[in-house]
Design a protein around this ligand. Structure first.
Ligand code: NDP
Ligand SMILES: O=C1O[C@H](COP(=O)(O)O)[C@@H](O)[C@H](O)[C@H]1O
Length: 563
Protein backbone atom coordinates (compact mmCIF):
# COMPACT_ATOMS: atom_id res chain seq x y z
CA UNK A 1 0.00 0.00 0.00
CA UNK A 2 1.72 3.13 -1.15
CA UNK A 3 0.14 6.26 0.12
CA UNK A 4 -1.65 4.98 3.14
CA UNK A 5 -1.18 5.20 6.82
CA UNK A 6 0.84 2.39 8.18
CA UNK A 7 2.14 1.72 11.64
CA UNK A 8 5.80 1.67 12.41
CA UNK A 9 6.33 1.05 16.14
CA UNK A 10 2.92 2.65 16.86
CA UNK A 11 3.95 5.71 14.93
CA UNK A 12 1.73 6.70 12.07
CA UNK A 13 3.40 7.97 9.00
CA UNK A 14 0.98 10.64 8.06
CA UNK A 15 2.38 13.35 5.94
CA UNK A 16 2.68 13.25 2.21
CA UNK A 17 6.30 14.25 2.44
CA UNK A 18 6.93 10.75 3.69
CA UNK A 19 4.43 9.27 1.21
CA UNK A 20 6.19 11.12 -1.54
CA UNK A 21 9.42 9.62 -0.39
CA UNK A 22 7.82 6.22 -0.54
CA UNK A 23 6.61 6.86 -4.08
CA UNK A 24 9.97 8.03 -5.27
CA UNK A 25 11.86 5.23 -3.62
CA UNK A 26 9.34 2.88 -5.11
CA UNK A 27 9.71 4.38 -8.53
CA UNK A 28 13.46 4.46 -8.67
CA UNK A 29 13.64 1.00 -7.17
CA UNK A 30 11.30 -0.34 -9.81
CA UNK A 31 13.16 1.31 -12.65
CA UNK A 32 16.63 0.47 -11.51
CA UNK A 33 15.99 -3.21 -11.04
CA UNK A 34 13.17 -3.73 -13.52
CA UNK A 35 11.19 -5.60 -10.91
CA UNK A 36 7.97 -7.39 -11.58
CA UNK A 37 4.88 -6.06 -9.77
CA UNK A 38 5.26 -8.70 -7.04
CA UNK A 39 8.77 -7.61 -6.22
CA UNK A 40 7.76 -4.01 -5.75
CA UNK A 41 7.45 -4.36 -1.97
CA UNK A 42 11.19 -4.37 -1.51
CA UNK A 43 11.89 -0.64 -1.66
CA UNK A 44 9.02 0.06 0.72
CA UNK A 45 10.32 -2.47 3.18
CA UNK A 46 13.66 -0.79 2.86
CA UNK A 47 12.14 2.59 3.52
CA UNK A 48 10.23 1.22 6.52
CA UNK A 49 13.42 -0.08 8.08
CA UNK A 50 15.11 3.23 7.36
CA UNK A 51 12.27 4.97 9.10
CA UNK A 52 12.45 2.58 12.03
CA UNK A 53 16.09 3.36 12.46
CA UNK A 54 15.46 7.09 12.78
CA UNK A 55 12.18 7.28 14.66
CA UNK A 56 13.92 7.35 18.01
CA UNK A 57 14.61 11.02 17.42
CA UNK A 58 11.64 13.23 18.35
CA UNK A 59 13.08 16.08 16.36
CA UNK A 60 13.07 13.93 13.24
CA UNK A 61 9.51 12.82 13.96
CA UNK A 62 8.33 16.41 13.97
CA UNK A 63 10.13 17.24 10.78
CA UNK A 64 8.59 14.29 9.03
CA UNK A 65 5.15 15.34 10.22
CA UNK A 66 4.51 12.28 12.35
CA UNK A 67 1.78 12.14 14.92
CA UNK A 68 3.39 10.63 17.95
CA UNK A 69 0.15 9.05 19.03
CA UNK A 70 -2.64 8.59 16.55
CA UNK A 71 -5.01 7.78 19.39
CA UNK A 72 -4.96 11.43 20.30
CA UNK A 73 -6.41 12.84 17.09
CA UNK A 74 -9.49 12.40 14.94
CA UNK A 75 -10.52 13.37 11.43
CA UNK A 76 -14.14 14.26 10.68
CA UNK A 77 -15.12 14.51 7.05
CA UNK A 78 -18.35 16.41 6.41
CA UNK A 79 -19.84 16.09 2.97
CA UNK A 80 -21.90 19.24 2.54
CA UNK A 81 -24.57 18.46 -0.06
CA UNK A 82 -24.54 14.78 0.84
CA UNK A 83 -27.86 14.14 -0.89
CA UNK A 84 -26.49 15.24 -4.26
CA UNK A 85 -25.18 13.62 -7.38
CA UNK A 86 -21.45 14.08 -6.84
CA UNK A 87 -21.60 12.93 -3.23
CA UNK A 88 -23.35 9.70 -4.21
CA UNK A 89 -21.39 9.08 -7.39
CA UNK A 90 -17.90 9.96 -6.26
CA UNK A 91 -17.31 11.18 -2.73
CA UNK A 92 -18.82 8.40 -0.62
CA UNK A 93 -17.44 5.64 -2.89
CA UNK A 94 -13.99 7.24 -2.73
CA UNK A 95 -14.15 7.46 1.05
CA UNK A 96 -15.15 3.84 1.26
CA UNK A 97 -12.34 2.81 -1.08
CA UNK A 98 -9.87 4.68 1.13
CA UNK A 99 -11.28 2.93 4.18
CA UNK A 100 -11.09 -0.46 2.47
CA UNK A 101 -7.47 0.16 1.56
CA UNK A 102 -6.64 1.15 5.12
CA UNK A 103 -5.84 4.71 4.11
CA UNK A 104 -8.11 6.56 6.51
CA UNK A 105 -6.80 7.44 9.95
CA UNK A 106 -7.79 5.24 12.85
CA UNK A 107 -10.32 7.71 14.27
CA UNK A 108 -12.43 9.08 11.50
CA UNK A 109 -16.09 9.95 11.14
CA UNK A 110 -18.01 10.80 8.00
CA UNK A 111 -20.90 13.22 8.25
CA UNK A 112 -23.41 13.91 5.52
CA UNK A 113 -24.94 17.38 5.69
CA UNK A 114 -27.77 18.67 3.49
CA UNK A 115 -31.27 20.13 3.75
CA UNK A 116 -33.03 16.85 2.90
CA UNK A 117 -34.43 15.10 5.90
CA UNK A 118 -32.66 11.80 6.47
CA UNK A 119 -31.78 9.62 9.42
CA UNK A 120 -28.34 8.08 9.84
CA UNK A 121 -29.84 4.80 8.69
CA UNK A 122 -31.27 6.41 5.58
CA UNK A 123 -27.95 7.98 4.72
CA UNK A 124 -26.26 4.60 5.16
CA UNK A 125 -28.83 3.00 2.97
CA UNK A 126 -28.32 5.65 0.30
CA UNK A 127 -24.54 5.32 0.46
CA UNK A 128 -24.66 1.53 0.28
CA UNK A 129 -26.95 1.63 -2.75
CA UNK A 130 -24.83 4.05 -4.69
CA UNK A 131 -21.59 2.42 -3.81
CA UNK A 132 -20.52 1.42 -7.27
CA UNK A 133 -16.85 1.87 -6.66
CA UNK A 134 -13.92 -0.23 -7.80
CA UNK A 135 -13.97 -2.06 -4.46
CA UNK A 136 -17.41 -3.63 -4.68
CA UNK A 137 -16.24 -6.94 -6.14
CA UNK A 138 -13.34 -7.32 -3.75
CA UNK A 139 -12.80 -9.72 -0.89
CA UNK A 140 -14.68 -8.95 2.36
CA UNK A 141 -16.27 -5.95 0.71
CA UNK A 142 -19.58 -6.55 2.54
CA UNK A 143 -17.90 -6.71 5.94
CA UNK A 144 -15.77 -3.65 5.31
CA UNK A 145 -18.80 -1.82 4.04
CA UNK A 146 -20.70 -2.55 7.25
CA UNK A 147 -17.77 -1.24 9.28
CA UNK A 148 -17.52 1.86 7.10
CA UNK A 149 -21.24 2.61 7.28
CA UNK A 150 -21.12 2.48 11.07
CA UNK A 151 -18.80 5.47 10.87
CA UNK A 152 -21.22 7.46 8.66
CA UNK A 153 -23.78 9.86 10.14
CA UNK A 154 -26.14 12.50 8.88
CA UNK A 155 -27.19 15.94 9.97
CA UNK A 156 -29.93 17.85 8.23
CA UNK A 157 -29.53 21.61 8.04
CA UNK A 158 -29.65 24.74 5.95
CA UNK A 159 -26.48 25.90 4.24
CA UNK A 160 -26.87 29.43 5.61
CA UNK A 161 -27.73 28.55 9.19
CA UNK A 162 -25.05 29.05 11.80
CA UNK A 163 -27.38 27.39 14.25
CA UNK A 164 -27.58 24.23 12.14
CA UNK A 165 -23.81 24.11 11.76
CA UNK A 166 -23.46 24.62 15.52
CA UNK A 167 -25.65 21.53 15.98
CA UNK A 168 -23.34 19.66 13.63
CA UNK A 169 -20.38 20.90 15.66
CA UNK A 170 -21.94 19.48 18.81
CA UNK A 171 -22.39 16.08 17.18
CA UNK A 172 -18.86 16.11 15.81
CA UNK A 173 -17.50 16.88 19.27
CA UNK A 174 -19.33 13.87 20.67
CA UNK A 175 -17.55 11.65 18.16
CA UNK A 176 -14.22 13.34 18.70
CA UNK A 177 -14.37 12.56 22.42
CA UNK A 178 -11.97 15.29 23.48
CA UNK A 179 -9.19 14.30 21.11
CA UNK A 180 -7.45 16.73 18.79
CA UNK A 181 -10.10 17.28 16.15
CA UNK A 182 -9.24 17.74 12.51
CA UNK A 183 -12.11 18.65 10.24
CA UNK A 184 -12.52 18.44 6.51
CA UNK A 185 -15.58 19.94 4.81
CA UNK A 186 -16.27 18.91 1.24
CA UNK A 187 -18.51 21.48 -0.48
CA UNK A 188 -20.49 19.34 -2.85
CA UNK A 189 -23.16 21.95 -3.46
CA UNK A 190 -24.03 24.41 -6.22
CA UNK A 191 -21.61 27.36 -6.32
CA UNK A 192 -24.20 30.01 -5.40
CA UNK A 193 -24.30 28.63 -1.85
CA UNK A 194 -20.53 28.05 -1.36
CA UNK A 195 -20.02 31.24 0.62
CA UNK A 196 -23.00 30.77 2.93
CA UNK A 197 -21.82 27.27 3.76
CA UNK A 198 -18.20 28.34 4.29
CA UNK A 199 -19.25 31.23 6.50
CA UNK A 200 -21.40 29.01 8.70
CA UNK A 201 -18.98 26.10 8.81
CA UNK A 202 -16.06 28.33 9.71
CA UNK A 203 -17.88 30.32 12.36
CA UNK A 204 -19.82 27.47 13.94
CA UNK A 205 -18.15 24.18 13.13
CA UNK A 206 -14.41 24.83 12.84
CA UNK A 207 -12.07 22.72 14.85
CA UNK A 208 -11.00 24.31 18.10
CA UNK A 209 -7.70 22.50 18.44
CA UNK A 210 -6.81 20.87 15.10
CA UNK A 211 -6.95 21.83 11.47
CA UNK A 212 -10.03 22.81 9.45
CA UNK A 213 -9.89 22.42 5.67
CA UNK A 214 -12.49 22.99 2.99
CA UNK A 215 -12.56 21.27 -0.38
CA UNK A 216 -14.25 23.52 -2.92
CA UNK A 217 -15.66 22.03 -6.10
CA UNK A 218 -15.61 23.77 -9.42
CA UNK A 219 -16.88 25.96 -10.95
CA UNK A 220 -14.65 28.60 -9.37
CA UNK A 221 -16.59 31.45 -10.93
CA UNK A 222 -17.37 31.89 -14.61
CA UNK A 223 -14.79 34.54 -15.51
CA UNK A 224 -11.95 36.54 -13.96
CA UNK A 225 -14.19 38.90 -12.00
CA UNK A 226 -16.56 36.31 -10.55
CA UNK A 227 -13.64 34.04 -9.69
CA UNK A 228 -11.81 36.89 -7.92
CA UNK A 229 -15.01 37.71 -6.04
CA UNK A 230 -15.35 34.08 -4.95
CA UNK A 231 -11.74 33.95 -3.80
CA UNK A 232 -12.16 37.21 -1.89
CA UNK A 233 -15.31 35.96 -0.21
CA UNK A 234 -13.74 32.62 0.71
CA UNK A 235 -10.74 34.41 2.18
CA UNK A 236 -13.00 36.34 4.54
CA UNK A 237 -13.53 33.06 6.37
CA UNK A 238 -10.57 30.86 5.44
CA UNK A 239 -6.87 31.25 4.82
CA UNK A 240 -5.51 30.13 1.43
CA UNK A 241 -3.95 27.13 3.20
CA UNK A 242 -7.38 25.94 4.29
CA UNK A 243 -8.86 26.10 0.79
CA UNK A 244 -8.50 23.02 -1.38
CA UNK A 245 -9.82 23.86 -4.87
CA UNK A 246 -10.33 20.55 -6.51
CA UNK A 247 -9.71 19.75 -10.17
CA UNK A 248 -10.27 16.04 -10.25
CA UNK A 249 -8.22 15.63 -13.44
CA UNK A 250 -5.12 16.34 -11.36
CA UNK A 251 -5.95 13.22 -9.37
CA UNK A 252 -5.99 10.97 -12.42
CA UNK A 253 -3.19 8.46 -12.49
CA UNK A 254 -1.71 9.42 -15.84
CA UNK A 255 -1.89 13.10 -15.15
CA UNK A 256 0.06 12.53 -11.96
CA UNK A 257 2.48 10.41 -13.90
CA UNK A 258 3.30 13.25 -16.29
CA UNK A 259 6.01 14.62 -14.04
CA UNK A 260 7.48 11.19 -13.45
CA UNK A 261 7.60 10.55 -17.17
CA UNK A 262 9.28 13.86 -17.88
CA UNK A 263 11.61 14.30 -14.99
CA UNK A 264 12.78 10.79 -14.27
CA UNK A 265 13.43 9.56 -17.80
CA UNK A 266 16.41 10.92 -19.61
CA UNK A 267 14.92 10.28 -23.01
CA UNK A 268 11.96 12.64 -22.86
CA UNK A 269 13.15 15.87 -21.28
CA UNK A 270 15.76 16.71 -23.95
CA UNK A 271 13.04 16.45 -26.61
CA UNK A 272 10.48 18.44 -24.61
CA UNK A 273 10.64 21.76 -26.43
CA UNK A 274 9.95 23.63 -29.65
CA UNK A 275 13.12 22.14 -31.08
CA UNK A 276 11.60 18.68 -31.40
CA UNK A 277 7.91 19.03 -30.70
CA UNK A 278 5.71 20.23 -33.54
CA UNK A 279 2.45 20.46 -31.62
CA UNK A 280 0.71 19.18 -28.51
CA UNK A 281 -2.92 18.10 -28.47
CA UNK A 282 -5.13 17.85 -25.40
CA UNK A 283 -8.28 15.98 -26.21
CA UNK A 284 -11.37 15.33 -24.13
CA UNK A 285 -14.45 13.63 -25.49
CA UNK A 286 -17.56 12.13 -23.95
CA UNK A 287 -20.02 9.89 -25.74
CA UNK A 288 -23.00 11.25 -23.82
CA UNK A 289 -24.61 14.65 -23.61
CA UNK A 290 -25.28 16.93 -20.68
CA UNK A 291 -28.07 14.60 -19.51
CA UNK A 292 -29.41 15.77 -16.18
CA UNK A 293 -26.91 18.62 -15.85
CA UNK A 294 -28.24 20.92 -18.56
CA UNK A 295 -29.25 23.61 -16.06
CA UNK A 296 -25.72 23.90 -14.73
CA UNK A 297 -24.06 23.39 -18.09
CA UNK A 298 -25.98 26.07 -19.97
CA UNK A 299 -24.58 28.70 -17.64
CA UNK A 300 -21.02 27.54 -18.21
CA UNK A 301 -20.47 25.71 -21.52
CA UNK A 302 -17.67 23.37 -22.47
CA UNK A 303 -14.85 25.96 -22.41
CA UNK A 304 -15.47 26.68 -18.73
CA UNK A 305 -16.46 23.12 -17.89
CA UNK A 306 -13.42 21.34 -19.32
CA UNK A 307 -10.88 23.59 -21.04
CA UNK A 308 -10.26 26.36 -18.55
CA UNK A 309 -9.64 23.83 -15.80
CA UNK A 310 -8.98 20.18 -16.66
CA UNK A 311 -7.20 20.62 -20.00
CA UNK A 312 -5.37 23.76 -18.96
CA UNK A 313 -4.10 22.09 -15.81
CA UNK A 314 -2.75 19.22 -17.86
CA UNK A 315 -1.15 21.68 -20.25
CA UNK A 316 0.56 23.50 -17.38
CA UNK A 317 1.97 20.27 -15.95
CA UNK A 318 3.05 19.18 -19.39
CA UNK A 319 4.83 22.41 -20.25
CA UNK A 320 6.28 23.61 -16.94
CA UNK A 321 10.00 23.83 -16.24
CA UNK A 322 11.57 21.42 -13.78
CA UNK A 323 10.37 22.48 -10.32
CA UNK A 324 12.89 23.05 -7.56
CA UNK A 325 11.37 20.12 -5.68
CA UNK A 326 8.22 18.06 -5.58
CA UNK A 327 6.75 20.31 -2.90
CA UNK A 328 3.34 21.75 -3.65
CA UNK A 329 4.53 25.35 -3.78
CA UNK A 330 7.43 24.58 -6.10
CA UNK A 331 5.20 22.72 -8.54
CA UNK A 332 2.46 25.30 -8.44
CA UNK A 333 5.00 28.09 -8.94
CA UNK A 334 6.12 26.47 -12.17
CA UNK A 335 2.55 25.94 -13.36
CA UNK A 336 1.73 29.59 -12.74
CA UNK A 337 4.75 30.64 -14.78
CA UNK A 338 3.50 28.63 -17.75
CA UNK A 339 0.01 30.09 -17.47
CA UNK A 340 1.35 33.60 -17.20
CA UNK A 341 3.52 33.06 -20.28
CA UNK A 342 0.51 32.17 -22.38
CA UNK A 343 -1.28 34.42 -24.83
CA UNK A 344 -4.95 35.00 -24.03
CA UNK A 345 -7.02 32.93 -26.40
CA UNK A 346 -8.11 34.79 -29.55
CA UNK A 347 -11.54 34.47 -31.12
CA UNK A 348 -10.07 33.34 -34.45
CA UNK A 349 -8.36 30.49 -32.62
CA UNK A 350 -11.59 29.03 -31.31
CA UNK A 351 -14.22 26.86 -32.94
CA UNK A 352 -17.42 26.12 -31.05
CA UNK A 353 -20.10 23.53 -31.65
CA UNK A 354 -23.34 22.26 -30.20
CA UNK A 355 -24.81 18.80 -30.64
CA UNK A 356 -28.05 18.27 -32.45
CA UNK A 357 -30.40 15.33 -32.49
CA UNK A 358 -29.38 12.27 -34.45
CA UNK A 359 -31.02 8.94 -35.19
CA UNK A 360 -28.98 5.80 -35.50
CA UNK A 361 -29.95 2.14 -35.44
CA UNK A 362 -33.54 3.03 -34.66
CA UNK A 363 -32.54 5.15 -31.64
CA UNK A 364 -32.99 8.91 -31.60
CA UNK A 365 -30.44 10.79 -29.56
CA UNK A 366 -31.52 14.22 -28.24
CA UNK A 367 -30.20 17.61 -29.19
CA UNK A 368 -28.61 19.69 -26.43
CA UNK A 369 -31.59 22.05 -26.55
CA UNK A 370 -34.04 19.16 -26.11
CA UNK A 371 -33.09 19.22 -22.42
CA UNK A 372 -35.99 20.91 -20.62
CA UNK A 373 -33.62 22.93 -18.44
CA UNK A 374 -31.89 24.43 -21.51
CA UNK A 375 -33.42 27.39 -23.41
CA UNK A 376 -34.44 26.41 -26.95
CA UNK A 377 -32.32 29.19 -28.44
CA UNK A 378 -29.23 28.46 -26.34
CA UNK A 379 -25.89 29.11 -28.08
CA UNK A 380 -23.89 27.45 -25.31
CA UNK A 381 -21.08 25.39 -26.80
CA UNK A 382 -21.02 21.69 -26.00
CA UNK A 383 -17.89 21.37 -28.15
CA UNK A 384 -14.87 23.61 -28.56
CA UNK A 385 -11.49 23.44 -30.21
CA UNK A 386 -8.82 26.02 -29.51
CA UNK A 387 -5.22 26.85 -30.35
CA UNK A 388 -3.15 28.20 -27.50
CA UNK A 389 0.44 29.41 -27.36
CA UNK A 390 3.05 29.70 -24.68
CA UNK A 391 5.32 32.64 -25.38
CA UNK A 392 8.43 31.43 -23.63
CA UNK A 393 11.81 30.17 -24.79
CA UNK A 394 10.84 26.52 -24.59
CA UNK A 395 7.52 26.64 -26.41
CA UNK A 396 7.62 29.68 -28.68
CA UNK A 397 5.50 28.96 -31.78
CA UNK A 398 4.34 25.49 -30.76
CA UNK A 399 0.55 25.20 -31.05
CA UNK A 400 -1.13 23.61 -28.06
CA UNK A 401 -4.41 22.44 -29.48
CA UNK A 402 -7.33 21.65 -27.23
CA UNK A 403 -10.49 19.87 -28.18
CA UNK A 404 -13.33 19.08 -25.80
CA UNK A 405 -16.82 17.91 -26.51
CA UNK A 406 -19.89 16.15 -25.27
CA UNK A 407 -22.07 13.71 -27.23
CA UNK A 408 -19.21 12.68 -29.48
CA UNK A 409 -18.40 9.25 -30.89
CA UNK A 410 -16.26 8.07 -27.98
CA UNK A 411 -15.24 8.73 -24.39
CA UNK A 412 -11.60 9.57 -24.12
CA UNK A 413 -9.06 11.92 -22.60
CA UNK A 414 -5.56 12.02 -23.98
CA UNK A 415 -2.46 14.04 -24.58
CA UNK A 416 -0.84 13.71 -28.00
CA UNK A 417 2.61 15.01 -28.67
CA UNK A 418 3.55 15.17 -32.33
CA UNK A 419 7.26 15.43 -33.01
CA UNK A 420 8.92 17.16 -35.94
CA UNK A 421 9.77 15.33 -39.12
CA UNK A 422 13.22 13.75 -39.35
CA UNK A 423 15.39 16.20 -41.34
CA UNK A 424 16.86 14.62 -44.48
CA UNK A 425 15.11 11.36 -43.69
CA UNK A 426 16.77 8.58 -45.73
CA UNK A 427 13.49 6.72 -45.78
CA UNK A 428 11.29 9.55 -46.97
CA UNK A 429 10.42 7.72 -50.18
CA UNK A 430 9.01 4.84 -48.14
CA UNK A 431 6.39 7.14 -46.70
CA UNK A 432 5.20 8.53 -50.02
CA UNK A 433 4.10 12.15 -49.98
CA UNK A 434 2.41 12.06 -46.61
CA UNK A 435 5.18 12.79 -44.16
CA UNK A 436 2.67 13.15 -41.34
CA UNK A 437 2.25 9.41 -41.46
CA UNK A 438 5.84 9.10 -40.33
CA UNK A 439 5.49 11.52 -37.44
CA UNK A 440 6.66 10.17 -34.13
CA UNK A 441 3.83 10.66 -31.73
CA UNK A 442 3.74 10.14 -28.00
CA UNK A 443 0.26 9.42 -26.70
CA UNK A 444 -0.64 9.57 -23.04
CA UNK A 445 -4.10 8.11 -22.77
CA UNK A 446 -5.51 9.38 -19.50
CA UNK A 447 -8.71 7.37 -19.85
CA UNK A 448 -10.18 4.90 -20.47
CA UNK A 449 -7.79 1.97 -20.66
CA UNK A 450 -4.79 3.98 -19.51
CA UNK A 451 -1.73 3.73 -21.71
CA UNK A 452 1.39 5.51 -22.83
CA UNK A 453 2.52 4.68 -26.31
CA UNK A 454 5.01 6.01 -28.78
CA UNK A 455 4.46 5.72 -32.48
CA UNK A 456 7.69 4.88 -34.24
CA UNK A 457 8.65 3.93 -37.78
CA UNK A 458 9.80 0.38 -38.09
CA UNK A 459 10.91 -2.04 -40.76
CA UNK A 460 8.31 -4.68 -41.50
CA UNK A 461 10.18 -7.99 -41.12
CA UNK A 462 11.07 -9.56 -44.44
CA UNK A 463 13.47 -9.35 -47.31
CA UNK A 464 12.06 -6.12 -48.69
CA UNK A 465 12.28 -2.66 -47.19
CA UNK A 466 8.78 -1.81 -46.17
CA UNK A 467 8.22 0.49 -43.22
CA UNK A 468 5.26 0.78 -41.02
CA UNK A 469 4.29 2.84 -38.03
CA UNK A 470 4.12 0.74 -34.86
CA UNK A 471 3.60 1.45 -31.19
CA UNK A 472 5.94 1.01 -28.28
CA UNK A 473 3.12 0.44 -25.88
CA UNK A 474 2.90 0.71 -22.11
CA UNK A 475 -0.59 -0.59 -21.63
CA UNK A 476 -1.42 -0.26 -17.96
CA UNK A 477 -3.83 -3.19 -17.74
CA UNK A 478 -1.17 -5.51 -19.17
CA UNK A 479 1.73 -4.14 -17.14
CA UNK A 480 0.23 -3.48 -13.72
CA UNK A 481 -1.97 -5.88 -11.88
CA UNK A 482 -3.14 -3.27 -9.39
CA UNK A 483 -6.33 -1.35 -10.12
CA UNK A 484 -6.07 2.36 -10.66
CA UNK A 485 -7.65 4.36 -7.85
CA UNK A 486 -10.33 6.88 -8.68
CA UNK A 487 -9.10 10.48 -8.83
CA UNK A 488 -11.33 11.43 -5.90
CA UNK A 489 -9.62 8.88 -3.67
CA UNK A 490 -6.21 10.40 -4.28
CA UNK A 491 -7.49 13.94 -3.78
CA UNK A 492 -9.46 13.21 -0.64
CA UNK A 493 -6.45 11.50 0.85
CA UNK A 494 -4.26 14.45 -0.09
CA UNK A 495 -6.66 16.88 1.53
CA UNK A 496 -6.69 14.80 4.72
CA UNK A 497 -2.90 14.72 4.68
CA UNK A 498 -2.62 18.44 3.95
CA UNK A 499 -0.89 17.88 0.63
CA UNK A 500 -1.75 20.75 -1.72
CA UNK A 501 0.21 19.77 -4.81
CA UNK A 502 -2.86 18.61 -6.72
CA UNK A 503 -5.10 21.49 -5.71
CA UNK A 504 -5.39 24.85 -7.44
CA UNK A 505 -3.81 27.89 -5.83
CA UNK A 506 -5.61 31.23 -6.20
CA UNK A 507 -2.93 32.80 -8.43
CA UNK A 508 -3.12 29.77 -10.75
CA UNK A 509 -6.83 30.26 -10.96
CA UNK A 510 -6.47 33.97 -11.78
CA UNK A 511 -3.93 33.19 -14.51
CA UNK A 512 -6.17 30.49 -15.96
CA UNK A 513 -9.18 32.77 -16.10
CA UNK A 514 -7.27 35.61 -17.69
CA UNK A 515 -6.54 33.36 -20.69
CA UNK A 516 -10.17 32.54 -21.34
CA UNK A 517 -12.20 35.47 -20.01
CA UNK A 518 -11.80 37.84 -23.01
CA UNK A 519 -12.77 35.22 -25.58
CA UNK A 520 -15.68 33.98 -23.48
CA UNK A 521 -16.99 37.54 -23.25
CA UNK A 522 -16.57 38.04 -26.99
CA UNK A 523 -18.36 34.79 -27.84
CA UNK A 524 -21.27 35.87 -25.69
CA UNK A 525 -21.37 39.53 -26.75
CA UNK A 526 -21.16 38.70 -30.43
CA UNK A 527 -23.58 35.80 -30.02
CA UNK A 528 -21.33 33.57 -32.07
CA UNK A 529 -23.31 30.68 -33.50
CA UNK A 530 -21.99 27.22 -32.69
CA UNK A 531 -21.46 24.77 -35.53
CA UNK A 532 -24.05 22.03 -35.11
CA UNK A 533 -22.84 18.44 -35.07
CA UNK A 534 -24.86 15.24 -34.83
CA UNK A 535 -24.97 13.48 -31.46
CA UNK A 536 -22.41 10.66 -31.59
CA UNK A 537 -20.30 12.19 -34.38
CA UNK A 538 -16.70 13.36 -34.36
CA UNK A 539 -17.73 16.98 -33.85
CA UNK A 540 -17.68 20.02 -36.13
CA UNK A 541 -15.39 20.04 -39.17
CA UNK A 542 -14.31 23.54 -38.12
CA UNK A 543 -11.95 21.84 -35.67
CA UNK A 544 -10.04 20.39 -38.62
CA UNK A 545 -9.77 23.78 -40.34
CA UNK A 546 -8.46 25.31 -37.14
CA UNK A 547 -5.80 22.60 -36.81
CA UNK A 548 -4.89 22.87 -40.49
CA UNK A 549 -4.25 26.60 -40.06
CA UNK A 550 -1.35 25.56 -37.84
CA UNK A 551 -0.30 22.65 -40.06
CA UNK A 552 -1.66 20.18 -37.59
CA UNK A 553 -3.69 17.05 -38.09
CA UNK A 554 -5.63 15.84 -35.06
CA UNK A 555 -4.05 12.62 -33.86
CA UNK A 556 -7.29 10.98 -32.75
CA UNK A 557 -8.61 10.15 -36.19
CA UNK A 558 -8.53 6.45 -35.41
CA UNK A 559 -5.57 5.58 -37.60
CA UNK A 560 -3.13 4.36 -34.96
CA UNK A 561 -3.25 0.84 -33.55
CA UNK A 562 -4.18 1.84 -30.02
CA UNK A 563 -6.74 4.50 -30.91
N1 NDP B 1 -22.09 15.95 -10.46
C1 NDP B 1 -20.92 15.93 -11.06
O1 NDP B 1 -20.59 15.02 -11.81
C2 NDP B 1 -19.95 17.04 -10.81
C3 NDP B 1 -20.25 18.07 -9.95
N2 NDP B 1 -19.33 19.06 -9.72
C4 NDP B 1 -19.61 20.15 -8.79
O2 NDP B 1 -19.87 19.58 -7.51
C5 NDP B 1 -20.88 20.32 -6.82
C6 NDP B 1 -22.02 19.40 -6.49
O3 NDP B 1 -22.52 18.84 -7.67
P1 NDP B 1 -23.84 17.93 -7.70
O4 NDP B 1 -23.78 16.91 -6.63
O5 NDP B 1 -24.03 17.52 -9.09
O6 NDP B 1 -24.93 19.00 -7.32
P2 NDP B 1 -26.46 18.79 -6.98
O7 NDP B 1 -27.24 19.67 -7.89
O8 NDP B 1 -26.82 17.35 -6.93
O9 NDP B 1 -26.55 19.47 -5.55
C7 NDP B 1 -26.03 18.89 -4.37
C8 NDP B 1 -26.98 19.11 -3.22
O10 NDP B 1 -27.07 20.52 -2.96
C9 NDP B 1 -28.40 20.85 -2.58
N3 NDP B 1 -28.90 21.85 -3.53
C10 NDP B 1 -29.09 21.73 -4.85
N4 NDP B 1 -29.55 22.86 -5.39
C11 NDP B 1 -29.66 23.73 -4.38
C12 NDP B 1 -30.06 25.07 -4.30
N5 NDP B 1 -30.46 25.76 -5.36
N6 NDP B 1 -30.06 25.68 -3.08
C13 NDP B 1 -29.64 25.02 -2.00
N7 NDP B 1 -29.25 23.73 -2.03
C14 NDP B 1 -29.25 23.10 -3.19
C15 NDP B 1 -29.23 19.58 -2.67
O11 NDP B 1 -29.31 19.02 -1.37
P3 NDP B 1 -30.50 19.34 -0.36
O12 NDP B 1 -31.68 19.77 -1.15
O13 NDP B 1 -30.71 18.04 0.35
O14 NDP B 1 -29.96 20.39 0.51
C16 NDP B 1 -28.40 18.67 -3.52
O15 NDP B 1 -28.58 17.32 -3.21
C17 NDP B 1 -21.26 21.45 -7.77
O16 NDP B 1 -20.49 22.57 -7.44
C18 NDP B 1 -20.87 20.94 -9.14
O17 NDP B 1 -20.58 21.97 -10.03
C19 NDP B 1 -18.09 19.02 -10.30
C20 NDP B 1 -17.75 18.02 -11.16
C21 NDP B 1 -18.64 16.97 -11.52
O1 LIG C 1 -15.68 18.20 -14.26
C1 LIG C 1 -16.31 17.55 -15.08
O2 LIG C 1 -15.83 16.34 -15.44
C2 LIG C 1 -16.69 15.38 -16.01
C3 LIG C 1 -15.78 14.33 -16.64
O3 LIG C 1 -15.03 13.72 -15.65
P1 LIG C 1 -14.47 12.23 -15.89
O4 LIG C 1 -13.61 12.00 -14.71
O5 LIG C 1 -15.68 11.34 -15.95
O6 LIG C 1 -13.75 12.26 -17.18
C4 LIG C 1 -17.62 15.98 -17.03
O7 LIG C 1 -18.57 15.01 -17.44
C5 LIG C 1 -18.36 17.15 -16.41
O8 LIG C 1 -19.14 17.79 -17.40
C6 LIG C 1 -17.41 18.14 -15.82
O9 LIG C 1 -18.13 19.09 -15.06
Amino acid sequence: MLRCFFNVKQIRIKMLSSCKMVSWVFFFGAVATKVSPVEKETPIEKLKSELLSVTSSNEWDEKAGFDINENESTVSITVVGASGDLAKKKIFPALFALYYEGCLPKHFTVYGYARSKMTDAELRNMVSKTLTCRIDKRENCGEKMEEFLKRCFYHSGQYDSEENFAQLDKKLKEHEGGKVSNRLFYLSIPPNIFIDAVKCASSSASSGNGWTRVIVEKPFGRDSDSSAALTKALKQYLTEDQIFRIDHYLGKELVENLSVLRFSNLIFEPLWSRQYIRNVQLIFSEDFGTEGRGGYFDHYGIIRDIMQNHLLQILALFAMETPVSLDAEDIRNEKVKVLRSMRPLQLEDVVIGQYKSHSKGGVTYPAYTDDKTVPKDSLTPTFAAAALFIDNARWDGVPFLMKAGKALHNKRAEIRVQFRHVPGNLYNRNFGTDLDQATNELVIRVQPDEAIYLKINNKVPGLGMRLDCSNLNLHYAARYSKEIPDAYERLLLDAIEGERRLFIRSDELDAAWSLFTPVLAELEEKKIMPEYYPYGSRGPVGAHYLAARYNVRWGDLGLDQSA
